[in-house]
Ligand binder design. Structure first.
Ligand code: ADP
Ligand code: MG
Length: 716
């Protein structure tokens, strides 16, 4: 008897031990425990009931309480995906859509792209069996073009609504309409079905509706959930006719806030000093640093590594983990991995880490107090990216990130008196961006009266009018302000800025669509060239091999083609991984940012598919550079600039004085007349991505363009 008992005990012990050493199992268990410990876990049933009882619901909860990752799973479990319907969750940022989908797939124990997937511009990881779908808000807007009822969704969750990106704001207005339309269609169908049951026959009208709407495609009402981190749920609730709002208690430990005594002249340097100070003097715990963009993050990362080398061996246990939207997703995931024992992790992030992604383990936050934001001047019709101070709400949100798992510290790199001067909250993006893209999409969705559209906050009349004017100049609108046929409709189909869409359409007429596809793909990604400070000269020499005297656009085309040629020669019959590896090496040798190039290649293949579908003529202008420059002039004439006597430039449309950015191949040459694609504002207004054009070319281009426009008018 005894011996059997022992055997039992032994085998029981074995199983337990087995589990202990199986890393996959322990990870699963950890995840399950983590999920149970989240503040939202205790209200799963209540939330599902709230959604069942309210067609529109506002959910407010602190960052990290589990809204984004858990709520869709709760709703799935509660049966909201019956009948094959999907739960859609929109995010303002690509990074968030991707990282969260990965996490949730893992939590559910399914392969990404199956039950849980994501879809962002230029990348769709979903399948017919996807029931929980994370996506960008812009992407859902595009889906509405093809499916105005958004009929595949039972629930749509608009996440991070407090961010108030332009897409979120437009989406909210649109979803309000979709919800109404679906309820109406649903009720119509119910009534007709009832009539049919009662008297067996239907009037012609009812029969028509029945055949058209009800049979086989009765849309259940759309459940709409607006989720937000900030405390002001009232605005959303009012906008949705007094919708119910629920609050989820978060966990927040005290955070000590430190300010500097004086204003810091160089916040990058101040950041560096603070990182090292925390690392050397404070208790263990990871550091989260808020920077404004990729370049700043990469430069701080490099500086931290340099400084570490100067420290004694024992003090070097500090790892950097960058996160920004252009970073490839496998690298983004590194911020979530715990640092090895004894190491401290410093996460260098853009404001995506404010609320969009929740990173565990943070005890210290460094907040220099700046953010890169879009800004639009409706008088000049110019949009630019500028670095501006954060709002108070943003500063609070950032410091809160230090106190999710225990008491924390936040170092604001500015004096306390400055904090008082900050704006209370960030202005919605719709009030500070060019609306051309949004208007084009709304028009394509059948919303013709833009000024009358039910925006949560109306953009100014001036900026609507300016954007309409721009669309008109690009040939997208008719005199009656309707989408023009085919140009306007074609432009709305392309997932690009209207000016780029127009460039592609024009290029097919100029016989240089191949070159323009490459140009647009390369312009759609972050900087292609990579020039580390310590190897600046080498990088410049490398860049010269590609540079084209005409300007940056053709230089980008050269880089793209050189990478193609290289791949064709070197990688015949190799696996995809080998291919990538060889390309990465080639990029490194040529000082090219390999992830940007890879992204550009993806964008290229997608928009190539788009233009082929539209039936545009794919042709190359070969060595006829002039032809391509003419096309650039005709496409980007809204961004033409002329040299001034003192060597600066004056933008023709806006009258602003601008400078050629030092990274341009035309920085030295300073030609008389140029077109450019990007305006960046630091201490000066810099323009980037520039091509020299013949003054005459600009006019010929313009006349050509006007001519096409004229021709179209005559046809109309
Ligand atoms: P909320 O949306 O309320 O801010 P989330 O659902 O994003 O909260 O996050 C809930 C928890 O899940 C957080 O505590 C975070 O640490 C964890 N988490 C989220 N994404 C990941 C990930 N990719 N890897 C590890 N942990 C994650
Ligand atoms: Mg969230």
């Amino acid at each position: 008897r005894n011996s059997t008992d022992n055997r039992h005990k032994l085998s029981a012990k074995f199983t337990i031990d087995d589990r202990k050493v199986d890393p996959a199992f322990s990870r699963k268990q950890k995840i399950a425990e983590h999920r149970k410990s989240l503040p939202i876990a205790s209200v799963e049933k209540r939330l599902a009931d709230e959604v069942r009882n309210n067609d529109t619901l506002i959910i407010v909860g602190e960052t990290g309480s589990g809204k984004t990752t858990q709520l869709p799973q709760f709703l799935f479990n509660a049966g909201f995906c019956r009948d094959g319907k999907t739960i859609g969750i929109t995010q303002p940022r690509r990074v968030a859509a991707v990282t969260v989908a990965k996490r949730v797939a893992e939590e559910c124990g399914v392969e990404l792209g199956q039950r849980v997937g994501y879809s962002i511009r230029f990348e769709d990881v979903t399948s017919g069996s996807t029931r929980i779908k994370y996506m960008t808000d812009g992407l859902l807007l595009r889906e509405a073009l093809l499916d105005p009822y958004l009929s595949r969704y039972s629930v749509i969750i608009v996440d991070e609504a407090h961010e108030r990106t332009v897409h979120t704001d437009v989406l909210l207005g649109l979803l309000k309409n979709v919800q109404k339309a679906r309820s109406k269609s649903f009720n119509d169908c119910l009534n007709i079905e009832k009539k049919k049951e009662n008297n067996g026959t239907l009037s012609d009208k009812d029969n028509g509706i029945f055949l058209k709407q009800c049979q086989g495609r009765k849309f259940p009402p759309l459940k709409l959930i607006i989720m937000s981190a900030s405390l002001d749920a009232r605005g959303f609730s009012e906008y949705f006719g007094g919708a119910r709002a629920v609050h989820i208690q978060g966990r927040q430990f005290p955070v000590d806030i430190f300010y500097t005594h004086h204003a810091e002249p160089d916040y990058v340097d101040a950041t560096l000093v603070t990182i090292l100070q925390i690392h050397l003097e404070e208790r263990p715990g990871d550091i989260l640093v808020f920077l404004t963009g990729q370049e700043e993050i990469e430069s701080v990362e490099r500086l931290v590594k340099e400084r570490l080398q100067q420290l004694p061996e024992g003090s070097r246990k500090l790892l950097t983990a960058p996160i920004f939207s252009a970073l490839p997703s496998e690298k983004q995931m590194r911020v979530f991995a715990a640092a090895p024992a004894g190491f401290r992790k410093v996460i260098l992030a853009t404001n995506i880490a404010e609320t969009s992604v929740t990173i565990p383990g943070i005890r210290y936050v460094i907040d220099p107090g700046f953010v890169k934001a879009r800004s639009y001047d409706p008088v000049k019709g110019m949009e630019s990216l500028i670095i501006v101070p954060t709002s108070k709400a943003q500063a609070l949100q950032r410091s809160g990130r230090a106190g999710r798992e225990g008491p924390g510290k936040c170092f604001r790199l500015y004096p306390e008196s400055e904090f008082e001067k900050l704006e209370d909250s960030t202005k919605p993006e719709i009030k500070r961006c060019n609306l051309a893209n949004v208007i084009l999409q709304l028009k394509a969705l059948g919303v013709n009266d833009i000024l009358g559209f039910d925006f949560m906050e109306k953009p100014s009349r001036a900026s609507i009018v300016k954007s309409l004017e721009q669309l008109f100049l690009l040939g997208a609108l008719t005199d009656e302000c309707k989408l023009s046929d085919p140009v306007g409709h074609q432009m709305a189909q392309l997932p690009l800025d209207p000016i780029y869409s127009r460039a592609l359409i024009l290029a097919s007429q100029f016989n240089c669509l191949e070159e323009m596809l490459i140009t647009v793909a390369m312009l759609s990604v972050e900087s292609i060239f990579y020039a580390p400070r310590e190897k600046l000269e080498e990088a410049r020499t490398a860049m010269k091999c590609f540079s084209c005297p005409e300007g940056d656009h053709l230089t980008l085309v050269n880089v793209y083609r050189a990478s193609n040629e290289f791949l064709e020669k070197r990688t015949v019959g190799l696996s995809k991984e080998k291919n990538e590896k060889i390309l990465r090496k080639w990029c490194k040798e040529n000082f090219i940012n390999s992830r940007s190039l890879r992204h550009a290649r993806d964008v290229h293949s997608q928009i190539r598919g788009n233009v082929e579908q539209m039936g545009l003529r794919l042709a190359s202008c070969g060595d006829d550079m002039l032809q391509f420059c003419r096309c650039l002039a005709a496409s980007f004439f809204l961004n033409a600039a002329l040299k001034q006597p003192e060597g600066t430039y004056r933008a023709l449309a806006s009258g602003q004085v601008v400078h050629i950015h030092p990274s341009s191949v035309l920085f030295q040459a300073k030609p008389e007349c140029i077109v450019f694609n990007e305006l960046v504002q630091t201490n000066h207004k810099y323009i980037r991505n520039i091509t020299k054009i013949d003054y005459l070319c600009l006019w010929v281009g313009l006349i050509d363009f006007r001519f096409t426009l004229g021709e179209k008018r005559i046809e109309n």
